[in-house]
Structures are given as structure tokens and as C-alpha cells.
Design a protein around this ligand. Structure first.
Ligand code: BGC
Length: 776
């Protein structure tokens, strides 16, 4: 007998009390076992008297030079920055002048270095080994933007736990993840590393990553300290050009850019990383407002802040420091505890203390924060890593496949082109990304190994042949190719086939991730020409887009019947894609970034403000003909809307939404602020099709009549539900103080009287509005 499981999980990422952070209601209609991992966040280390007394005992014994040593991390190798030119790590460690090393991995390798710290240094303080474990360690999961498209915090938590388990097995107890930068501009390459454009979803996922990495106890040998980065505003780089300046007014900063960081802090994240960019003319790595006022004073953050790679040294070209000594002083006084690769703290901090520029109490406080995290991780009691075989567990691969399946977003599916009916058919698989294992790993692949990747070509060949069909493969071109020498083979394969699957997209390493900004968002190289040549055969085409950002897909949207956004799916790319293409599972990802029609629309995001001249209802598909059409907030050559909006994604089934119901049509702001009132919003969703499907039910609000303008829509709740054919489910959301408050004209974070509009919808453009009055 098949059990019916209803699972309702609500996330209130901004709330602090663990009991309030989520409610979990599981109704078993038939006894059915499911495993659902939601760890209690590891916050106990922030306030543990035993840890504190150990910190103080150590601190008392430390020389100034030993203290400075704890405030430095150096890299083994220089993958993303200039490097310090230093290589005498062993002597520094043995003399207690270096407290952390990153990019050194392997139990044997880290143990050997750890032995110097623990056995040779005067105070035996263990090293902390860091690494960018961004979306998996050896078992690579889909890139973070793809993981966000799952809208599944429990899954993200489980994936991060797997990454923590594998990283810690290799001696790494500190990951520079989660990257929780809100990104509204698809030109920015690092949009791939985060959760997209929305602060509410971003906050829910930030907390999920932290819970996964840190587990319920940091001292668990399989836990790693997480690092919430890049604090803050890095994703608002002007023009989408990496490392560029960001201008973010305080209200916008607090409303949009800070919430995911605060959610990470509330979930007990052990560390933060200060960003590269100049934020409102004050570089983020010398910004006392964000690092001390917000992070320490307002949020009471007890862990430590590490700079980004050489971001203290970069205060010099940014124009606020004449030399490394001045840069070191500015950074530590602003609140950066640890210097990553600037070589500024090592040579200069002690001197700055001796000359009175930096009080020793500031150094002491930073050292306390670092030692607190090291003790909480259990490094003093268990500094070494047991050498174990480096294998991938089958259940972790299974999770990687599930994550990939949940991340794919079906953008278009005319005439039920998908799922493929491959029985006895010839399928042509064409394109440079159909069989490129390395690309599937995406950027920041830690110890991901192309040999572990199952490509689409290999998985689809197996499945098509199992269905008595036949697969023809042609590469067609390179990702950034200009030669059309492979076009004729590709077109030939298409002609011989019943259906064509085209695997096109970006180069994961070069065009996505750090320093991967683009001014064009089309298919790179001559892939568009390949697409058009293949489409000209008249065969039905399914386009798979592998990318780390939204691309401009206008031509494909007009001419290709089916388009699936596949991102970079990780080690299980092939099996996951084959399952979705052949219908073993229905696509269930939803966009967390708006897809533009033209690059000129960027930054493009759904939760924008309304103008005084909105173009609602005007026909924007043609140039304006008269003044009343022209003098609107519009482009003369393009529509305002994106091609595919935030929250959007199709399934193989059809889902019907009942009108949303609210528990009251009037509420008082006073009661909402006091937490004594809240609004329940319910809607019923029904699978009206013939296939099982997951639906991501989304709750949006708008508030008008307020002291400051509020966005045209804001996400304030979401729920992924699984629906069998014909099944319906009631989904309930709660709107309380957390969801309704905002930074008002007096810069107070409160609920104001307002006209509230509520939508329960499948994406950010749909749904029937319901009105509620919020009185005084
Ligand atoms: C990146 C960080 C990363 C660091 C360490 C920098 O270039 O901006 O995100 O954590 O390098 O590898």
C-alpha cells in the first residue's frame, strides 16, 4: 500500500529562538517512514562558560606575537589571488606565529602540519584548516544557484552535511560557505555561488547551510565551521563587474542584503568573511558600521571575521590606506579579526600595538573570537584526523542525484515535448556540454573529480538503449567555439533522429564564479548558430541550458518547443537529467533569479519598487505610438518584464490553486508588533494532471500606504509539496511580525499600518490578490 505523507514545514529564518525557527508538522495517514534531517542549530558554543574560561586561560599566557599569529591565515598555493610569496609555514607554525592554513587538504598532510602546532609550538594551540567547500567536497552537488532552485532547505542542509563529513575526513574543519550575497544582476559571475535575488529565500537557505555544516554540535568531528560571506553588499557590484564598488543605502542594506547574513548568525554560524568591495565609499574590509555596529553590537556575533583574499591589502588601491601597516590598523579596528593572505597583520600588528595605534585589548578580543571557535570545534581535544578511505557513499550519490533533479527548471514545454518517449526511437544528443564531465562540477568544485561524474551522454545512452531506442551523439562545437566544422555532423545526426536533445551553455570555470562577469548573456561562442542550424532540420528539439546565471534565451523561447535550465548539476548530472528527460521524475525547480529578455534590463529583480508611471497594462511589445504610451516607465525597444520570472518553473503535470483564504481582513499593527496577532493564509493546491509532481507554493505580499515605499511583491513564505495525480493539499502560511515588519522612515524595524495585499501563487507574477487592512 502506498502511504500518503503530508509534510508541512514553515521557515522563519529571521527568528532567533530555535523553537520558533520552524514548526514541523508531519501527518502520517498510513504508517510510512521518512527520514527528514533538520538539526538544531549549533549555537551553544556562543555562550559556554567552559569554553570562555579556557579562552581566558590561554590568552593570559600568550605573547603579543603569538596573539597575532592566531589572527593570520595563509594559503597553500595561490588559486584566486596574488599570494604572499611566503612559504616558511612550517617554521611559523612551530613557533606559534601562524594559527590557520587553507587550501591544504588530506588527513596525512594536515596531521603533519598540525603536529608542528600541537607538539612544537609553546602553547600547543592547534591549527584550523580551511577550504572553499561550496557545494560539496568530493561528492559535488549542483552549484549553489541550482541548489537554491530546489526551494528545499532540508535538502540543502543534508547536502551540506555530506560536504562537512567528507571535508572533515580530509582534515578540513572550516569551509568558506555559505555565500549568502543577494545578487540582482545576472552579469555578475558570482551569482552562481548564492541563492539568487530574494532575501527571504536567501535567509532560509543560509540557515540551512549552517545547520548542515555545523550539525547540532560544532565539536562533532564531522562538523565544520561555516563562514557566511561576503559581508556585505558584494553582490551589488556596479555593472555586475566583479570586485566593483557597491552603493547601497542603509535601508536597502538592512532590508535586502543583510537578512541572509543575520539568518546565518542566528543559526550559529562560527565565522564571517568580509568582502572585497567598497561599500558606500568605505571598503567592506575596513567598514566599522557593518563589522562592528551591525555584526557585533546589533547581532551579538561571537565568532570571528576573516578578511577575503588580500582584501586588507586591497585597501591600498581602494585609496583608504597608504601602506600595509595603515591597512592592517584600519581593518582590525573596523572588526576584521583574521587576515587572509594580505600579509598585513603578520608584519605590522604587533608594531601597531607598540606604537599605540591599536589597543592590545582589540587584539585580545579578536584572539578570543578565534580561540572560541577552535575550542568549540574540539580541536584542542582532537587535533588530528583519523586517516580513512576517500570514498563516495552510495546514499550521498543518491542525494546528489535528487538535489540535481529538484534543481532543474522546466522553462518551456510546448505540446508535451517532454518527457521524451524514447521507446524504439532515435535520439540525437548534440552539444559541447553533453559529455563534458569536468564542466558538470561547476565552479569551486573543491575535491570534485571529473572521474566521478556521470555525463548526460553516458546516462542517456543507457536509458535510451534500455528502451530499445538508439542514441546518436555529436558535439557540434566547443563551448566558446567559432568553428562550424562540427555543424554538419550535428545536423546529420538530427536529421537521422526522431528527437533532438541539445546540451548548450556556459563554460563553468571561465564564465561563472569569481571574476566571471559577462556583458553579454547569450549562448557563448557559436552555440546559437548551432542551435539554429539544428532547429532548421524541423525535428523537435529539447534545449538543455547549462549555466551559472540567467541567460537571454529569446530566440529559443520563440523557436524551440522545450527548454530545461540545468545549471551545473554536479556528479550525478547525467542520471538526474536522464530521469527528468524520460519522465521518471517531473521537473520541480523554480527560478530564484529573473531571466531577462535583454542584458540592458539588468539589474532585473521581481521585488522592485513601483514607479509613478508604471507601464502596467500597456502593450510593450512594440514601440510607443503616442505620448500616453511613451512617457511611461518603459523601454522603447523591449518589454519591462523578464522572459521568465522569479519563482517560475513548469512541471509535467498541472496544478490548480484555490483562491487564498485569510484568517482576518483587518489586524492591528500594535498587536502584530507585540507578537500577539498574526494572519493565517491558506490555499489548496491540487494536482489536476496525470503525473506525480512537486509544487513550490509561494506566498507574496505587498504593503501600501506605508511611511516608505515597499516593493511591488515580496516573498514571505514557500512550501514544496508532493502531489500524486488528483491529490490536493491545503497549505497554510503565517504572516506575523517577522514577515510584515520593515525599516520605516525613522529607521525602525516595525510593522506599520498598511493596506496589505497577499497572493498565494506558483510564481512572482501570478495569483489572485487578497486584501487585508493593517490598522494602527
Ligand atoms: C574569494 C572567497 C574565497 C577566498 C578563499 C577569494 O578570492 O572571494 O570567496 O573564500 O578567495 O579561497
Amino acid at each position: 500500500m502506498v502511504g500518503r505523507v503530508q509534510l508541512q514545514v514553515s521557515y522563519w529564518p529571521g527568528r532567533k529562538a530555535p523553537g520558533m525557527m520552524r514548526t514541523l508538522r508531519v501527518i502520517f495517514c498510513v504508517s510510512t517512514l521518512i527520514s527528514f534531517v533538520v538539526a538544531q542549530p549549533s549555537t551553544s558554543w556562543t555562550n559556554d562558560p567552559q569554553i570562555e574560561s579556557r579562552v581566558e586561560q590561554l590568552l593570559k599566557q600568550m605573547t603579543l606575537e603569538e596573539k597575532v599569529g592566531q589572527l593570520i591565515t595563509y594559503s597553500q598555493g595561490a588559486p584566486t589571488g596574488p599570494g604572499t610569496g611566503r612559504s616558511n609555514y612550517k617554521e611559523m607554525v612551530a613557533s606559534g606565529h601562524l594559527g590557520s592554513i587553507f587550501n591544504l587538504t588530506g588527513a596525512a598532510e594536515t596531521n603533519a602540519m598540525q603536529k608542528l602546532a600541537v607538539e612544537k609550538s609553546r602553547l600547543h594551540i592547534p591549527l584550523l584548516f580551511g577550504l572553499d567547500v561550496i557545494h560539496g567536497y568530493r561528492t559535488e552537488f549542483p552549484v549553489p544557484l541550482a541548489l537554491s532552485a530546489t526551494w528545499d532547505p532540508a535538502l540543502v542542509e543534508r547536502a551540506s552535511r555530506v560536504a562537512a563529513k567528507e571535508a572533515s575526513r580530509d582534515g578540513v574543519r572550516w569551509t568558506y560557505s555559505p555565500m549568502v550575497d543577494i545578487a540582482r544582476d545576472a552579469r555578475w559571475g558570482r551569482i552562481v555561488e548564492g541563492a539568487g535575488e530574494d532575501p527571504y529565500l536567501g535567509a532560509a537557505l543560509a540557515a540551512a547551510y549552517v545547520r548542515g555544516y555545523q550539525g547540532s554540535k560544532l565539536s562533532d568531528p564531522e562538523s565544520v565551521a561555516a563562514c557566511s560571506k561576503h559581508f556585505v553588499g558584494y553582490g551589488a557590484a556596479e555593472g555586475g563587474r566583479d570586485y566593483n564598488t557597491a552603493e547601497i543605502p542603509e535601508r536597502l542594506l538592512r532590508q535586502v542584503y543583510l537578512p541572509p547574513f543575520q539568518a546565518a548568525a542566528n543559526a550559529g554560524v562560527a565565522t564571517f568573511m568580509s568582502a572585497f568591495e567598497a561599500l558606500n565609499e568605505v571598503p567592506a574590509s575596513a567598514n566599522a558600521f557593518t563589522l562592528t555596529q551591525v555584526l557585533r553590537k546589533e547581532w551579538d556575533f561571537k565568532g570571528f571575521v576573516v578578511s577575503d583574499w588580500n582584501s586588507i591589502g586591497e585597501l591600498i588601491p581602494q585609496g583608504v590606506a597608504a601602506n600595509h601597516a595603515v591597512a592592517a590598523g584600519k581593518a582590525i579596528l573596523a572588526g576584521v579579526d583574521m587576515d587572509m593572505e594580505s600579509n598585513a597583520y603578520g608584519p605590522h600588528l604587533a608594531e601597531l600595538v607598540k606604537s599605540g595605534v591599536v589597543p592590545e585589548s582589540v587584539i585580545d578580543e579578536s584572539v578570543r573570537r578565534v580561540l572560541r571557535v577552535k575550542i568549540a570545534l574540539g580541536l584542542f581535544d582532537h587535533p588530528y584526523t583519523e586517516v580513512k578511505p576517500d570514498t563516495i557513499a552510495p546514499e550521498d550519490l543518491e542525494l546528489a542525484r535528487k538535489a540535481a533533479e529538484e534543481s532543474f527548471v522546466l522553462l518551456k514545454n510546448d505540446g508535451g515535448t517532454l518527457p521524451l518517449r524514447a521507446n524504439g526511437k532515435t535520439v540525437a544528443l548534440i552539444g559541447p556540454l553533453a559529455d563534458d564531465a569536468g564542466q558538470m562540477l561547476g565552479s569551486w568544485a573543491a575535491k570534485g573529480n571529473a572521474k566521478d561524474v556521470v555525463t548526460l551522454r553516458s546516462a542517456l545512452t543507457r536509458e535510451v538503449e534500455a528502451a530499445q531506442g538508439h542514441l546518436l551523439y555529436a558535439k557540434g562545437t566547443e563551448v566558446m567555439g567559432s568553428s562550424d566544422a562540427g555543424f554538419s555532423d550535428a545536423v546529420g545526426a538530427a536529421r537521422k533522429s526522431d528527437i533532438v536533445v541539445l546540451a548548450l551553455g556556459e563554460d563553468a570555470q571561465w564564465m561563472t564564479g569569481e571574476a566571471g562577469s559577462r556583458t553579454r548573456l547569450d549562448l557563448p561562442g557559436n552555440q546559437q548558430q548551432l542551435l539554429e542550424a539544428v532547429a532548421a532540420t524541423g525535428k523537435p528539439v529539447v534545449l538543455l541550458v547549462f549555466s551559472g546565471r540567467p541567460l537571454v534565451l529569446n530566440w529559443a523561447a520563440q523557436h524551440i518547443p522545450a527548454i530545461l535550465e540545468a545549471w551545473f548539476p554536479g556528479v550525478q548530472a547525467g542520471p538526474a537529467l536522464a530521469n527528468v528527460l524520460l519522465g521518471a521524475s517531473s521537473p520541480s525547480g523554480r527560478l530564484t533569479v529573473s531571466f531577462p529578455r535583454a542584458v540592458g534590463q539588468e539589474p532585473l529583480y521581481y521585488n522592485h519598487f513601483n514607479t509613478g508611471r508604471p507601464a502596467d497594462g500597456a502593450d510593450l511589445t512594440r514601440p510607443p505610438k503616442a505620448n500616453n504610451e511613451k512617457f511611461l516607465s518603459r523601454y522603447v525597444d523591449e518589454q519591462n518584464s523578464g522572459l521568465y520570472p522569479f519563482g517560475y518553473g513548469l512541471t509535467y503535470s498541472t496544478i490548480a490553486y484555490s483562491p487564498a483564504m485569510v484568517s482576518a481582513i483587518a489586524l492591528g499593527a500594535k498587536e502584530l508588533n507585540a507578537g500577539s496577532a498574526s494572519l493565517k493564509v491558506t490555499a489548496e493546491v491540487q494536482n489536476t494532471g496525470s503525473r506525480a509532481a512537486d509544487e513550490v507554493v509561494q506566498l507574496y505580499i505587498r504593503q501600501t500606504g506605508t511611511s516608505v515605499a515597499r516593493p511591488v511583491r515580496e516573498l514571505k513564505g514557500f512550501r514544496r509539496v508532493t502531489l500524486a495525480p488528483g491529490q490536493s493539499q491545503k497549505v497554510e502560511f503565517t504572516l506575523g511580525r517577522e514577515e510584515l515588519k520593515f525599516w520605516n522612515i525613522e529607521m525602525k524595524d516595525v510593522v506599520e499600518s498598511a493596506q496589505l495585499t497577499v497572493w498565494v501563487a506558483p510564481d512572482s507574477t501570478q495569483g489572485k490578490p487578497v486584501q487585508v487592512n493593517i490598522g494602527q
